[in-house]
Ligand binder design. Structure first.
Ligand code: AMP
Ligand code: ZN
Length: 474
């Protein structure tokens, strides 16, 4: 029995899919105007644990993730400039469509590399906002037809007053909301919290590099409409689970729900799951400011990306996680210990049922990964036969995704020619001859092996290249 905390009802609920054996899952993806910071990546590690847990419970998962490359303004509440344009200015690029596409492609690739390094399964479907504007226009037309919107000189707005339970996800009382820091006064808006479905490309300062024809003239979509349009295009409405960080509850997800319910007169998703923030010095990690730490920063400092995954698993996804280099070091040490234990174990035997049950109970209790890790260490301390412990750990790793199997391969299959190259590279690294060491690394790579880890004692672990993990398509 899988229980998940549903933000909609503010309690843990037994998960029941719409269609037997299949789960439709949508995760708000990155806005590709910069590298993802490790806070953002916490959101995707959480979604990955959820997806793996669903698979562990024998569900087939259809996972859709969007890439926001248009429409997300610097403030979530229809203000400021498009984050993509901000990125062009930041990087001194020309303000045209070509550079906007290039920048989107660059940061999309960087994001995909990051999630691969974190052993996060790819979604079954990626969808780019700028490729789905027609679908968004269709959704806005439905909202308009059902009388939930109004047109102004600068756009089409959602009339929040028309929806009696607007704000239910966040427990918002709209009557209490006054125009303030977050909601700028627009004299044409009927209510301060009404939000844009479509921006018109007319009027002072109303320019955008990317513009599309629409029934309301040339313009571009509001940010929230992309997730309403793309999630239902690929998963239908309603679908099962929608994920994102807690910052999305009050505005983005609240507005997604309002739009989709107005368009189709039925719920958008049955379960809404939100991860808490990664925080640094008591502040939420954000893409602007000092606290911007990327996965590459961690790798450059010598950490294994999976040590960051381990760190995230050590906290429950609904608890804030305070980041420090010390805590990352502890996670790295714990992971190294785990790899060393596994490396010593013999070939896997049979899974230990009782521990398997305990583990499943933990992850099925709203993805209790700290408890799941405690079960891992208890199992290791136990005096079961090692081949059984090995099998059980590999079973757990289907959910944890710490790549324990690779450590086994590391010790077994490396031929002597490759071992020689590894030794040469270790020597060159000792002499700090990085360029020649890198040449050897490339040679190792060409031969079908990769350096899995450069260990703290100067040795390196090499493994055979793995084929990409295939997940079932739909
Ligand atoms: P963005 O690229 O800004 O649209 O954010 C991508 C995802 O990261 C969203 O699900 C956000 O809710 C989430 N997120 C943003 N900041 C943090 C943070 N500091 N900790 C955890 N998740 C975050
Ligand atoms: Zn979204």
């Amino acid at each position: 029995m899988l229980k998940l905390f549903n933000t909609l009802d503010r309690k843990k609920q037994i998960f029941k899919p719409i269609k037997k054996g299949v789960v439709g899952l949508y995760s708000c993806g990155p806005t590709v105007y910069n590298y993802a910071h490790i806070g953002n990546l916490r959101a995707y590690i959480f979604a990955d644990i959820l997806k793996r847990t669903l698979k562990y419970n024998q569900y087939k998962v259809k996972h859709v993730m969007n890439i926001t490359d248009v429409g997300h303004l610097t403030s979530d509440a229809d203000e400021g400039e498009d984050k993509m344009i901000k990125a062009l200015k930041r990087e001194g690029k020309e303000l045209n469509e070509k550079s906007m596409k290039q920048i989107a492609q660059f940061y999309t690739k960087a994001f995909k590399n990051d999630i691969k390094k974190l052993n996060i399964f790819k979604p079954n479907k990626w969808c780019r906002a700028s490729k789905h504007v027609k679908d968004m226009i269709k959704t806005v037309k439905k909202i308009e037809k059902n009388n939930y919107s109004y047109e102004t000189s600068d756009g089409v707005y959602f009339n929040t007053e028309k929806m009696s339970d607007y704000g239910k996800l966040a427990g918002l009382n709209i009557k209490g909301i006054k125009p303030g820091a977050r909601v700028k006064i627009n004299p044409e808006k009927k209510n301060p919290i009404d939000f844009a479905l479509w921006f018109k490309a007319i009027g002072k300062g109303k320019k955008h590099i990317m513009q599309w024809d629409s029934p309301w003239g040339k313009g571009w979509p509001g940010w929230h409409i992309e997730c309403s349009a793309m999630s239902t295009k690929y998963l239908g409405q309603p679908f099962d689970i929608h994920t994102g960080g807690i910052d999305h509850i009050a505005i983005h997800h609240t507005n997604e729900i309002a739009q989709s319910e107005a368009a189709e007169k039925k719920p958008l998703a049955h379960y809404w799951l939100h991860n808490e923030f990664l925080i640094l010095d008591k502040e939420k990690m954000a893409k602007s400011g000092e606290s911007f730490i990327t996965l590459s920063t961690l790798i450059k400092k010598g950490f294994d990306p999976l040590a960051y995954r381990y760190l995230c698993l050590s906290a429950h996804y609904r608890s804030p996680l305070s980041f420090s280099w010390e805590s990352l070091k502890s996670a790295q040490n714990a992971l190294n210990n785990l790899y060393q234990v596994v490396a010593r174990y013999p070939k896997p035997g049979k899974v230990i049922e009782s521990d398997g049950q305990k583990f499943k109970q933990a992850i099925n209790d709203d993805l209790d990964t700290p408890q799941a890790l405690a079960i891992v260490w208890d199992l290791i301390k136990n005096d079961y036969p090692e081949n059984k412990k090995m099998a059980t750990l590999l079973e757990f790793d289907k959910v944890l995704g710490l790549d324990l199997a690779k450590t086994k391969i590391a010790l077994s299959k490396v031929p002597s020619e490759i071992k020689k190259l590894v030794a040469q590279r270790e020597e060159l690294r000792k002499q700090k001859n990085w360029s020649e060491a890198d040449q050897i690394r490339k040679q190792i790579d060409k031969n079908g092996y990769i350096i899995f880890k450069d260990n703290a004692d100067g040795t390196s672990t090499v493994i055979e290249k793995q084929k990409e993990i295939k997940i079932d398509d739909f």
